[in-house]
Design a binder for this molecule. Structure first.
Ligand SMILES: Nc1nc2c(c(=O)[nH]1)N[C@H]1C(S)=C(S)[C@@H](COP(=O)(O)OP(=O)(O)OC[C@H]3O[C@@H](n4cnc5c(=O)[nH]c(N)nc54)[C@H](O)[C@@H]3O)O[C@H]1N2
Ligand SMILES: Nc1nc2c(c(=O)[nH]1)N[C@H]1C(S)=C(S)[C@@H](COP(=O)(O)OP(=O)(O)OC[C@H]3O[C@@H](n4cnc5c(=O)[nH]c(N)nc54)[C@H](O)[C@@H]3O)O[C@H]1N2
Ligand SMILES: [Mo]
Length: 718
């Protein structure tokens, strides 16, 4: 081997080796966690990827998923051409068709459904992928359908709803400046490594950290205080902390008097929520609850790092988060340095120091003048607080019942039916009741197999993506390789469909560059300018953070104040679960609320806690990532439960709820507390979502109760 061959083998970039480093972002995860990527390309092929050194989010690092980008992009499962189903749904029998034919067929189906049943009979759904959402939403509204919905019907929106009911808007934790960070359920060292780094830096400067998590995670291991509660009892813990803050005079009386609504009622609610009361419900020793309350109350500033799913994947999720956010309110830590700060959301729910026209762009028509959204009758609080999005969790039932009107067509962009509870029930409804399903995806997935038309989407390395970062950084990633096979990017698919189903929307039909320029207009940035900085740039004149805005203008709640008692919820007659105060109820399927069921199903089933190598359904298919968890799908058990059920590491077990059972491998770990079984979601081999019944969820948000059901386990002999 000569020197040049050695340099090529070592993948050293340079004119002699023909290897070029191109800048991109990793979008295997969502916009909260997209690492800067250096892509090493030779002859149009990716040789390897590294984290971009200079990128302020990941600062050179990459997680196992991002490091597997080459396998992800070149996966054998990649869809290659548009396909039309020729066999029964699920048979996998398809024939290749041209793009023209595929797009014409989809458009025709949409227009027929609109003519026969109304535009609302067409549902526009986005899975976990987020970059195309404002465009998809605009297309739905321009077409006349209020039924734009997303994976956020199980993710983030309920947390956002709890914040909205309390503060009128969101408010992110000021990790950099706080004295006490309360990580209420997140595990960023697995799920958001950039934030993990921020937390580590803050710990190094002496920040105190309380972690509330049923498991001993890497985040919990770094905590000053770990409150290891039973899943779904967060509300009880938060009310007891509130009780202590008031009893010990550790709250901000002036703030409560001047800027909150319902403080006296809240005070009455927490009067009986003693640490002993909470210990009984949560399993957290009373002395630790006292320690936590003092740590929060005595700190000059404290903030909550909330999470998009674990607290709200319960039948009491929104109320529990309201109880948690109330702690920020009564300690005066709302919208001040070191607390939970309200900043301008720039793009795709990320603050980035710029204002954009995103929401104006999305709202090409007024959804309130259209038919009722899917889920509107069942979850009115959601509908009132989160305009412009249907509750996707209600799609299966409306498909089955056609009540209040039929759903005829679903256009699914990256749609995974296993995301829903009672996933097999949803699939059956698709097969039996849906007239037409079109899906765009990178891979031939289980959902694609049931579609009428399947469209091959390209990966993020083959397209553009606009991305804002919290540190006032912005990046427009451009394609670093040509599109593979006959794939297209989702946005070209949207523009082509828009030209067919809503041609009067001339902005949407005009394509990416003009839409992005419209969105960016208030920021002074343009597509052209951003393209000149392929690795991203700091925003030239970021909008400054202005603390305590509530002193100058009313908050966006009905009372204009922080609502410890919700005026929105006051309208619902104080029904259990919908009370205007954040009253605590145990999870519906728990020893406390369903003792009969608990006799046969003695364990708590908690599903979906993230693993570092997997992201939903996406990376199971890669050998590099799955080699890090060789027995997946598996159930995590505590050593105590393993012993009492006679199960050893690697044994096959059956986990059952009253609604279904699945077989998988036992993984015994001290991360888990006795009495709880944890199973990761999204696997084709053992889909935990088959164990959850339709409708088991939160009465305010409609979020599924993925983190607390009752289950039993048996060892499979032989
Ligand atoms: N039991 C249980 N269930 C859960 C959860 C849980 O904790 N427990 N979590 C919930 C939460 S928080 C979430 S966010 C959801 C996950 O939401 P899902 O939408 O189920 O997530 P994925 O499987 O990552 O993505 C869906 C599809 O998008 C495809 N895809 C990837 N990139 C692209 C692209 O660029 N274009 C297109 N068109 N398709 C693409 C993927 O291949 C995949 O088939 O699951 C929810 N379900
Ligand atoms: N590697 C990886 N990263 C991801 C994802 C992924 O699939 N893989 N998914 C992305 C998505 S869509 C999301 S929503 C986020 C989720 O991000 P995180 O919320 O940070 O991650 P999770 O592991 O879902 O949950 C965090 C912790 O909540 C705990 N928990 C479970 N039930 C309860 C409960 O009832 N109360 C409390 N207090 N804690 C509980 C779990 O033990 C877990 O350690 O991660 C994102 N990042
Ligand atoms: Mo999520």
């Amino acid at each position: 081997m000569n020197d040049l061959e050695r340099r090529i083998k070592a993948k050293i970039p340079g004119p002699d080796t023909g290897i070029e480093v191109r800048k991109s972002i990793c979008t295997i995860c969502d916009p909260m966690t997209q690492c800067g990527l250096d892509v090493f390309v030779k002859d149009g092929k990716i040789l390897k990827v590294e984290g971009s050194e200079g990128h302020p989010y990941n600062r050179g690092a990459l997680c196992p998923k991002g490091a597997s980008t080459r396998q992800y992009v070149y996966s054998e499962d990649r869809l290659k051409t548009p396909l039309r189903r020729v066999g029964p749904r699920g048979s996998g029998a398809f024939e290749p068709i041209s793009w023209e034919e595929a797009l014409d067929t989809i458009a025709q189906k949409c227009l027929e459904a609109k003519a026969d049943y109304g535009p609302e009979s067409v549902v526009f759904f986005s899975g976990y992928t987020k970059f195309f959402r404002p465009f998809l939403k605009r297309m739905a509204l321009s077409f006349g359908s209020p039924n734009y919905c997303t994976e956020s019907s199980t993710c983030h929106q309920a947390t956002a709803l709890a914040q909205k009911l309390t503060f009128g808007q969101g408010g992110g934790p000021d990790i950099k400046n706080t004295e006490c960070l309360i990580v209420w359920s997140a595990n960023p060292f697995y799920t958001n490594p950039g934030n993990g780094k921020n937390i580590q830096a803050a710990l190094d400067r002496g920040m105190k950290m309380i972690v509330v998590d049923p498991r001993l995670t890497p985040t919990a291991a770094k905590a000053t205080l770990h409150l290891q509660l039973r899943p779904g009892t967060d509300g009880a813990l938060a009310l007891a902390i509130g009780h202590l803050l008031i009893k010990e005079g550790l709250y901000d009386a002036d703030f409560c008097r001047d800027y909150t609504y319902g403080f006296e009622d809240y005070k009455k609610l927490v009067a009986d929520c003693t640490p002993a009361w909470a210990e009984e419900r949560t399993g957290v020793p009373a002395s630790r609850i006292v320690e936590a309350a003092r740590m929060i109350g005595r700190a000059k500033s404290a903030c909550v790092l909330p999470s998009a799913s674990p607290v709200v994947h319960h039948t009491n999720g929104v109320q529990n988060y309201r109880a948690i956010f109330s702690l920020i309110a009564i300690t005066g830590n709302f919208d001040r340095p070191g607390g939970n700060c309200v900043k301008v959301e720039s793009y795709l729910h990320v603050t980035g120091g710029i204002a954009t026209n995103e929401h104006k762009f999305e709202l090409s028509a007024d959804p309130s003048k259209m038919a009722k959204r899917v889920g509107e009758e069942v979850y009115p609080v959601w509908m009132e607080s989160l305009p412009g999005e249907a509750q996707a969790m209600c799609v299966p039932e409306q498909l089955r019942t056609a009540d209040p009107y039929p759903i005829r067509v679903i256009l699914g962009f990256g749609m995974n039916y296993r995301m829903w509870p009672d996933s097999d029930g949803f699939l059956k409804a698709i097969d039996e009741k849906l007239d037409f399903l079109a899906v765009t995806d990178l891979f031939m997935t289980d959902t694609c197999r049931h579609a009428d038309i399947v469209l091959p989407a390209c990966s993020s390395l083959e397209r553009y993506e606009l991305r804002c970062y919290g540190m006032n950084y912005i990046q427009l990633a451009s394609p670093v390789i040509d599109k593979l096979y006959d794939s297209r990017w989702d946005l070209d698919i949207i523009f082509e469909l828009a030209r067919r189903i809503c041609p009067e929307d001339t902005l949407l039909c005009s394509g990416y560059e003009s839409c992005i320029n419209y969105i960016l207009e208030p920021s002074g940035l343009t597509f052209e300018e951003l393209k000149k900085h392929p690795g991203g740039m700091f925003v030239p004149h970021p909008l400054p953070y202005i603390p305590k805005k509530y002193e100058k203008e009313p908050l966006k709640t009905p009372s204009g104040k922080v609502e410890l008692r919700s005026k929105v919820l006051e309208k619902y007659g104080e029904k259990p679960g919908l009370e205007s105060l954040p009253v605590y109820h145990p999870p519906k399927y728990s020893k406390e609320a369903a003792p009969e069921m608990a006799k046969e199903y003695p364990l708590i089933l908690n599903s979906g806690s993230r693993l570092p190598m997997f992201v939903h359904t996406r990376t199971y298919r890669l050998s590099w990532t799955s080699s890090l968890r060789p027995n997946a799908p598996s159930a995590d058990l505590s050593p105590t439960d393993a012993k009492s059920f006679g199960v050893a590491e690697g044994d096959r077990i059956r986990v059952s709820t009253p609604f279904g059972s699945i077989e998988l491998t036992a993984h015994i770990t001290g991360m888990v507390q006795p009495g709880v079984v944890h199973i990761y979601h999204g696997s084709s081999k053992a889909d935990v979502n088959e164990l959850f019944e339709y409708g088991y969820g939160d009465p305010i948000s409609g979020f599924p109760g993925y983190k607390s059901a009752l289950c039993k386990l048996e060892k499979i002999e032989g």
